[in-house]
Design a protein around this ligand. Structure first.
Ligand code: BES
Ligand code: MG
Ligand code: ZN
Length: 492
């Protein structure tokens, strides 16, 4: 979809969107044809419209000169209009337009929100592109129409900053959609091989380097916890290593992004219920976030050094599969008693993290994973759970979260809980117990970060949406791509 800023209207206006707030009457809009301004004012009077936040009305105007669909959108109290609230408004208007089979949209603002031009442009293009995303490639009848263009009608000669924001928002949206596609594709399409292939394509397209490590070498370097999880599958595990060195000179630190890459999680011998299995194609949501973020970071040419790592495998059942009761020796040398084969994500992550620290020399570790049902139980689909050993870094993540609207909530990474991971016959067990599952999973991982600054993001609840709303369509959210990208911008 083309998104631009214009100062001159064409003869035919397909759909116009007017955004205004509730504190003042609608002003005369720059460039708005008189016929349409009158039609809008008449409609507002007749319907006693107040432009409350989130209220969207639409009508079809057929007049002397114009045959135009008009969408009126309420922004509420302009003092309360955050970037995320603005994004949601744009998204909902454009989704409506898309359902109405609009081809081109002309956006008029009744007021200017107190955002800078870059942020405004960013919010606009990101919201619009993400809102019209649908995963409908397997549907014979497509869900939405195709919007070809959105033109922001603005009486301002200097559009440099807005245009920069529009471009930025497009990068955020495109890489988020890449992640959404990866997660939405079912496990009969995305397996460790095809996940690695897709990462390769992204590396070529967006400009970062990539290395795929296969079975033989993984055995040689003793990533045995990771390998155990993948052993029941007909697909061999793959370690995907992505490198982007945007700040090569000096002693600049390297940040490791580790994404959980279970292309399917059946639970293994501790098999899930049918209902529990349906969405387990999304168990590589963390890896999609890392691949998306690598793509965004490289496109934006951020001055940071980032290594993205994904231990890709499939948790299945066969005569080869690992069992409850097995004792695994992780790459770090620490041994783990397997209590539950469904607590597999942490086993793959710790080997990937150890690899990142030992072999890639990362100075910081961020892991992102659809890790626990306990995170879903605690926070639902709204918030991702976060654990850390470094409050200053978490503060930067909070700033990123404020910018992108991907909500996070800190869980206590308190030593008290570590007790729960003690095993009688190994250094650790892979499950803490019936309670505090989100925390014990995080603390399990913390044992392998060698005291590096560490952020842990559990996206089990936030990776999927059951209902479309705002910038989210049904299915994968692409959570983490924008969050990680914004975090790295904070760290530039
Ligand atoms: N991939 C799941 C976590 C999950 C659950 C993600 C629901 C998305 C939605 C993870 O591998 C898992 O199975 N975790 C178990 C751990 C338990 C056995 C300690 C869980 O949360 O039930
Ligand atoms: Mg599992
Ligand atoms: Zn899992």
């Amino acid at each position: 979809m083309k998104i631009d800023v214009i100062r001159k209207l064409p003869e035919h206006l397909d759909t116009i969107v007017v955004l205004h707030h509730e504190n003042e009457p609608l002003p005369v809009l720059d460039f708005m044809p008189e016929e349409l301004q009158t039609a809008i004012e008449t409609f507002i009077k007749a319907e006693e419209l107040s432009f409350e936040y989130g209220k969207i009305n639409n009508f079809h105007h057929i007049g002397q000169k114009y045959n135009t669909r008009i969408i009126l959108c309420g922004a509420g109290d302009p003092g309360q209009l955050s970037m995320d609230k603005l994004r949601r408004l744009f998204a909902n208007c454009v989704r409506l337009a898309s359902k109405l089979k609009t081809r081109s949209i002309y956006l008029f603002m009744g007021f200017l929100p107190s955002l800078n031009d870059v942020a405004f442009g960013h919010a606009l293009s990101e919201a619009v592109l993400l809102a019209v995303y649908t995963f409908d490639k397997y549907l014979s009848e497509k869900k939405n129409g195709v919007i070809e263009s959105l033109h922001y009608v603005l009486n301002n000669k200097n559009t440099r900053h807005i245009n920069r924001g529009i471009l930025e928002g497009r990068i955020y949206a495109e890489t988020t959609m890449l992640a959404r596609d990866l997660v939405n594709e079912p496990a009969n399409v995305i397996n460790p091989d095809t996940l690695a292939e897709t990462a390769k394509k992204a590396a070529l397209q967006y400009g970062f380097s990539i290395e795929i490590i296969s079975m033989d070498k993984l055995k040689r370097i003793k990533m045995d916890a990771f390998l155990a999880v993948g052993r029941g599958s007909k697909y061999e595990p793959k370690l995907i290593i992505m490198r982007y060195l945007g700040n090569p000179d000096g002693k600049k630190e390297t940040i490791g992004l580790i994404g959980k890459g279970l292309t399917y999680d059946s639970g293994g011998y501790c098999i899930k219920t049918p209902q529990g299995m349906v969405n387990m194609k999304n168990d590589m949501g963390g890896s999609a976030a890392v691949i998306g973020a690598m793509s965004a970071i490289a496109t934006l040419r951020l001055k940071v050094n980032v290594i993205g790592i994904v231990a890709a495998c499939e948790n299945m059942i066969s005569g080869e599969a690992y069992r409850p009761g097995d004792i695994l020796r992780s790459m770090s040398g620490k041994t783990i008693e397997v209590i539950n084969t469904d607590a597999e994500g942490r086993l793959t992550l710790i080997d990937a993290i150890h690899y990142a620290i030992e072999r890639e020399r990362v100075d910081r570790v961020l892991d992102i994973a659809t890790l626990t049902g306990a995170a879903v139980a605690a926070l639902g689909p709204q918030f991702s759970a976060v654990l850390t050993n470094n409050e200053a870094w978490l503060q930067q993540l909070r700033t990123a979260s404020d910018f992108t609207g991907e909500l996070i909530w800190e869980m206590p990474a308190h030593e008290e809980y570590k007790e729960m991971l003690k095993s009688e016959i190994a250094d650790l067990k892979n499950v803490g117990g019936a309670t505090a599952g989100c925390i014990t999973a995080g603390l399990f991982i913390k044992e392998f970060v060698a005291d590096k600054p560490w952020l842990h993001i559990d996206i089990a609840g936030t990776a999927l949406k059951e209902k479309e709303a705002g910038i989210y369509s049904y299915g994968a959210t692409g959570v983490g791509v924008r969050l990680l990208t914004s975090l790295l911008r904070e760290m530039e």
